[in-house]
Design a protein around this ligand. Structure first.
Ligand code: GAL
Length: 411
């Protein structure tokens, strides 16, 4: 994303105008059942502090549409007060001068946040964004009834996965529920790379973009595995929203879904219970790894006192233990900060908390490529395009590896 300095200056000036409004306008893309319930908790908290919440919600899982809308607003000189921006994009926006320093509201955050979280929220050592949660991406969601009928054991590797998929197919189900959208294709791809190659290979290939890792037999095998998964996805998957694929697993039309644990927010919103209605299992081969995806709100460069107050209150609300508990219970993620009781979290949530800690020590904790935590947005977009093309064509694994290597050089 390249914003001309003039736009950043306009944004800074124009927010002055916007800051006259008594509203705190916040851009996000949380419009599914579980997502909407979660963000409603933040709205409630901000209104209780006397602010008028202006919900700038842009539908579209994964946030591509929201980022397009955000760029249009900033280019037109009218950015929101805060926006859901994640990973290296935070530093990209900050480098353009579009974000404000909220360190005054973050005086104790270095003590409260794991370093891996705190570092993502800063630009040149100053906090410019507040972390809402930690999502785990490398999950497989399985319909419990169908799993029980197929022997009751979640697959721990791809041989077991395909054996289970065959049983689901034989039972007349769509073995793999999926939404054919580029970000969802990338979500499946990254869990396959993690399962086939392991965390070190994942880090080398999709975080460091190491050419030897990208152009390797392991990456070839990853695409071969993805090609086999494709054969278990139904023909109506193109364009399907992620939460509708989750609903397929919920109602038993679908057997499994590769998806981050925002899918758990949909099960929770439908009063489904982990271990009874569905199983959450690490994606095949990834039990000792954790692809993290941190949602955060970046604060735009505001001048007006009421807008600054709104940002300070937004940051404080987001980091409060109360919000971190109620939001994450609804969202399917885990708290970004220390000091939140795990008592109310279910088995999936508690497993995510335990695995986040253990993989941080073991080296299995890696930044999600598919969800904008690993590489610059332009590079990510080019690589996601290759994966989407592979998913929607007869492109060979060999050609996909070559296209991946080329796309990895996009700046
Ligand atoms: C991710 C985001 C999650 C969830 C998901 C589906 O990028 O971090 O919070 O919204 O998209 O929309």
């Amino acid at each position: 994303m390249k914003l001309k300095p003039i736009f950043a200056a306009m944004a800074a000036v124009s927010v002055f105008g916007a800051a006259q409004a008594a509203e705190v306008e916040v851009l996000h893309w949380w419009t599914s059942g579980g997502e909407a319930k979660s963000v409603a908790e933040l709205k409630k908290m901000m209104e209780a502090k006397g602010h008028k919440w202006k919900d700038f919600a842009v539908a579209g899982g994964g946030g591509d549409a929201a980022m397009t809308a955000l760029k249009a607003r900033v280019v037109s000189g009218n950015p929101p007060v805060a926006a859901q921006i994640k990973g290296p994009s935070i530093q990209e926006w900050a480098r353009e001068g579009a974000l404000g320093d909220i360190s005054a509201a973050a005086t104790d955050w270095d003590k409260l946040l794991p370093k891996v979280v705190a570092d993502v929220m800063k630009y040149k050592g100053k906090y410019v964004a507040a972390p809402v949660n930690v999502h785990r991406v490398n999950w497989l969601w399985i319909n419990q009834d169908a799993l029980n009928k197929a022997g009751g054991k979640a697959p721990t590797n791809f041989d077991e996965f395909f054996a289970l998929a065959d049983k689901f197919k034989a039972a007349g189900m769509t073995a793999v529920a999926h939404g054919g959208q580029p970000w969802q294709d990338a979500t499946v791809f990254e869990s396959v790379v993690l399962g086939v190659g392991g965390a070190k290979f994942f880090e080398d290939a999709l975080v460091k973009l190491d050419a030897k890792a990208l152009d390797s037999p392991t990456m070839l095998k990853s695409f071969d595995t993805l090609a086999k998964i494709k054969t278990y996805i139904d023909k109506d998957a193109a364009g399907r929203d992620w939460n509708l694929a989750t609903a397929m697993v919920m109602n038993g039309k679908g057997g499994m879904q590769f998806m981050g644990d925002w899918a758990k927010g949909e099960f929770t919103a439908a009063n489904k219970v982990a271990g009874k209605d569905y199983t959450c299992a690490p994606a095949p081969g990834t039990a000792n790894a954790y692809t993290f995806n941190i949602d955060s709100f970046a604060m735009f460069n505001v001048k007006a006192a009421d807008a600054k107050k709104g940002q300070a209150d937004l940051a404080a609300s987001i980091m409060s233990p109360e919000f971190q508990e109620v939001f994450n219970l609804n969202k399917g993620s885990i708290p970004a900060r220390a000091g939140v009781s795990k008592a109310k979290f279910d088995s999936c949530g508690q497993k995510s908390m335990a695995d986040f800690e253990s993989t941080a020590k073991s080296g299995g904790l890696v930044a999600s490529f598919a969800h904008g935590m690993a590489v610059p947005s332009a590079t990510q977009g080019a690589i996601v395009d290759v994966i989407a093309k592979f998913m929607n064509s007869t492109m060979s694994s060999k050609d996909a590896v070559a296209a991946l290597v080329k796309a990895s050089k996009t700046k």
